[in-house]
Structure formats: C-alpha cells, structure tokens
Unconditional design. Structure first.
Length: 342
C-alpha cells in the first residue's frame, strides 16, 4: 500500500454516520420554517420533476443554493472528467444493466441506510418511476453539452436538495431510530457514490470487460466530482482504486447485514425488472444476474431467490437487454430517456 493511501477507520466514519448535508439541510429548514410540511412537499414535487429547470417560482433560498452549487473539488481534472464520460458511453449498455442488477441492490445491503428508502417509500412504491428517475439522472449527467451549459449543475443541485427534503421528512416521520445514524448521512452518501462508480467498475470486470487502469480511474474521478457536488465530504471521495476498495470494504463491514428494509427494496426492484423481461422463459434471469454480481452471501442477505441461470449469466448479459424501457438506451419508449439518446 502506498504511503499516501488513506484508510477509513471507525474513528473517521462514526461521526460521519451522524452528519447530513448542512448547506442543503439549511435550505429545507428555511422552506419548512416559512411554509411547513406542505411547502417542503411542494418543493419535492418540483425537485422530482427532472425536466423542469424553471426556478422562477421557487424561494430565494432555493434559487441561491442552485446558483451557488457549482464548486468542484480541489482535485478536479477536466481531462480525467471528460475521459470518465467517454468511458461511460463506451460501455453504457452494460453499465445500465449493472445499475439495476448490481449497484442498486448493493446499496440496499446497507441495513441502516436502507431504512430511509423504506420509510419514505420512494422505491417501495412506484418503483418503475423511481428507476426511470435514476436512469434520467445518470444519462443526463453524462451529457457533455449539459456540463458546458451549466444544466448539470442545476440537475445535481436539485437531487442534493431532494436528499435534504427526504432527510427532513424522515426525521419528522416519528419512525426514525437514531441508532441507525442520521438519515442520508455522509457514510451512506459515500456508499452510494461508490456503488455508482467503483462497484460498476467491479461489475464490468465480472463481465470480463477490458478496461485500462487509467479508464477506470477516470470513471472514478467523474463520480467523485458528482459526489462532491451532491454534498459528499471530500474525505470520503477515494483518490484511487485502492482507496475505493478500502472505503467500500469499511462501509460493508460496518453496515451490510440482513434487514426487512433491504429485502423489501430488493424484492420491489426485482419485480419491476422482471416485468421488463421480453420472454416468460427469461423471467428469472434478473435474479440470476443479481446473484452473479452480488455473490451468494449478499444475495442471501437480500433474499434474492436462487436460479439455474448463474453459469450462463455472463453470455446472456451481452445479449438480453433487461431494461428496454428503464435504463438502457436502445430507443426506449420512455420520453424521459429518449431525450438522452446519442
């Protein structure tokens, strides 16, 4: 291990388990102070409207936050950032597959963090819509033109405020257990960032996709920039693949265990994906793909049923588009994703 490689001990992660996103939380507190829960609910409707970037009717606090959310981390490298986008478009079909069958259920293995989604019911109900939102966000931030125009800074700021609004409602739900930490805490934000970056790279390796180390590091760098703009502390943004591995293992050791929330979220996700499978004979393929990527231990933890497909998953992953309407870009019928076709 290089001398400058950071570790992520409990002494670092424990306090970050209790920390949210102060700037975004302050905006939501101001909205709630002026108009109560109804105002926060109305703001959430706007924040989840991924096609609406008209801020004219929003409060001054919201508009100021959106305008100011353009600062990139100190380590920002424009060339690496652009290479990360290029890597995505080189492998976007498989990355879309991995988002649904690896990255998202991987997040649900974090028992404490999964409680937020379970309480808010943002995934448990209307799962198809939530997955479409995820696809729209990911494919949106991969548009170079939207970085040049500044639209992606607004897109990310909306998601950052959405997380803060979910945090506010969760804390006021009467159902949150402080033993779980803080809702949408820094540790969970870091874990999600890893799921969309490092875990995707690990999934591509499982599919025997050849990528250079520089390509992988560029993709990690891209998501570090996005994670920073989403409010993740720089100390939780891995500067190398080794640091990403180390942080991932630390979070998994601390947070991964069976939970009703994790199993329920995974079941809802799996049912939604299975409904998109083009042939009844392939209906249990998504479960096989999840088990292949996650491994038996995590699959059992999440309640993913065993299938007879595992040994054929790699070949089929290249042949069967699991998300024709959700996350892949094979001319989807969804108008939300159609605009991102390249």
């Amino acid at each position: 291990m290089r001398k400058d490689t950071r570790t992520f001990p409990n002494s670092l992660l424990d306090p970050l388990r209790q920390q949210g996103d102060a700037p975004a939380d302050a905006v939501i507190a101001a909205v709630a102070g002026a108009g109560g829960p109804r105002a926060v609910g109305e703001l959430m409707k706007f924040l989840t409207d991924y096609a609406n970037f008209d801020f004219s009717e929003q409060s001054n606090d919201v508009k100021f936050f959106i305008d100011q959310n353009t600062k990139v981390p100190k380590a920002y490298d424009q060339e690496l950032f652009n290479q990360g986008i290029a890597f995505f478009w080189k492998h976007y079909r498989l990355i879309a597959l991995l988002l649904g069958t690896y990255a998202l259920p991987y997040c649900y293995a974090g028992a404490n963090g999964a409680q937020v989604l379970w309480i808010s019911e943002r995934i448990k109900s209307k799962t198809h819509q939530r997955l479409e939102e995820t696809g729209a966000f990911v494919f949106g931030i991969m548009q170079e033109r939207d970085w040049k125009s500044g639209l992606n800074f607004q897109r990310i700021a909306k998601i950052r405020l959405l997380h803060a609004a979910v945090r506010w409602f969760t804390l006021h739900s009467g159902r949150w257990n402080p033993a779980w930490g803080y809702p949408v805490c820094q540790e969970d934000m870091a874990g999600t960032n890893l799921a969309f970056s490092y875990v995707i790279l690990r999934g591509l390796r499982k599919l025997h996709v050849r990528a250079t180390r520089s390509e992988e590091e560029a993709y990690l760098h891209f998501w570090n920039v996005v994670g920073y703009l989403l409010g993740t502390e720089e100390v939780l943004l891995p500067r190398s693949l080794l640091e990403a591995y180390t942080l991932d293992r630390a979070i998994a050791r601390r947070q991964f265990r069976a939970s009703e929330a994790g199993r329920g979220l995974t079941k809802a996700l799996l049912s939604t994906i299975e409904a998109q499978v083009p042939s009844p004979s392939l209906r249990n393929l998504p479960a096989a793909q999840m088990r292949y990527f996650l491994g038996d231990e995590l699959a059992e933890l999440l309640g993913i049923p065993p299938t007879t497909w595992e040994k054929r998953v790699v070949d089929l992953a290249f042949q069967v588009p699991i998300f024709p309407q959700l996350l892949t870009m094979q001319r989807p019928e969804s108008g939300v994703l159609e605009r991102y076709w390249r």
